[in-house]
Design a protein around this ligand. Structure first.
Ligand code: SF4
Ligand code: FES
Length: 260
């Protein structure tokens, strides 16, 4: 899916007092949020918020503005606000992204900007989903180093070439953008999902690890790597640019050949 390119904003002004170089454009947006509160109603609904934002603002800033100035009941997760913690993955204009990494000016601000919870996981309130099924799959692939005969008195050597084999998959921040963009995961929540396979890859191809065969056996399960239909949604959704589909293909190959 391509990145949306901004059209001219419906209204562009400068920030009050701004002049000369360093001017920050100001524009109006409609933030259309999918609301859900099971304590009030079982029905989800869309709610529009009219906001004036700056050219440096991200979707997360717009959500903060709503929560802090308009409706404190709006619920969403966020922590670092800098693309590191992975807690604010959501569907923005129908595509999984991190709210803290999505600049409003890169969206079409002439139209309502839609924000909703990621798909395939139970919605608890507004933009907050229950991440437990996601982390359950993550835990099952043993996301930790298993080294036999490890003696803490000496380092375990790893060549730069061996380190390179799993470099890409070390970048995962467990945001679930990949898994919740996967049609197989939507239709069958039993599927391990791309994120669990990415994190298995990170250890399977680590030359210091001794549990690769166990992880491959786990992922050879009927809900494992073979459920992947190579739709590439996961790679397109990943905010870290991880080649998720490639990692899954490498794990599939390793399951077949046990060549790790
Ligand atoms: S692989 Fe990318 S999209 Fe998936 S959980 Fe990790 S960082 Fe998020
Ligand atoms: S708030 Fe941490 S990644 Fe967005």
């Amino acid at each position: 899916m391509s990145t949306e390119v901004s059209e001219p904003a419906s209204k562009v002004d400068l920030a009050p007092g701004a002049s000369g170089s360093g001017e920050i454009p100001q524009f109006d947006i409609t933030l259309r949020v999918r609301r859900y509160d099971p304590e009030v109603s079982e029905e989800a609904y869309w709610e529009d918020f009219e906001l004036t934002m700056y050219g440096t603002d991200r979707v997360l800033d717009a959500l903060h503005k709503v929560k802090w100035e308009i409706d404190g009941s709006l619920s969403f997760r966020r922590s670092c606000a800098h693309g590191v913690c992975g807690s604010d993955a959501m569907r923005i204009n129908g595509r999984n992204r991190l709210a803290c990494k999505t600049l409003l000016k890169d969206l079409d601000t002439a139209k309502p900007i839609t924000v909703e919870a990621i798909k395939g996981l139970p919605v608890e309130k507004d933009l907050i989903v229950d991440m437990e099924p996601f982390f359950q799959s993550y835990r099952e692939i043993m996301p930790f180093l298993v080294a036999k005969g490890h003696e803490p008195s000496a380092e375990r050597y790893q060549s730069p070439e061996d380190r390179e084999r799993y470099d890409d998959t070390t970048k995962c921040i467990l945001c679930a953008a990949c898994t919740s963009s996967c049609p197989v995961f939507w239709t069958d929540g039993q599927y391990f999902g791309p994120a669990a396979i990415v994190n298995a890859h990170r250890f399977i191809f680590d030359s210091r690890d001794d549990a690769g065969d166990m992880r491959l056996e786990i992922l050879n399960d009927k809900e494992g790597v073979w459920r992947c239909r190579t739709t590439f949604n996961c790679s397109e959704a990943c905010p870290r640019g991880i080649q998720v589909t490639k990692a899954i293909a490498e794990v599939k190959q390793a399951v077949l050949t046990r060549s790790i």
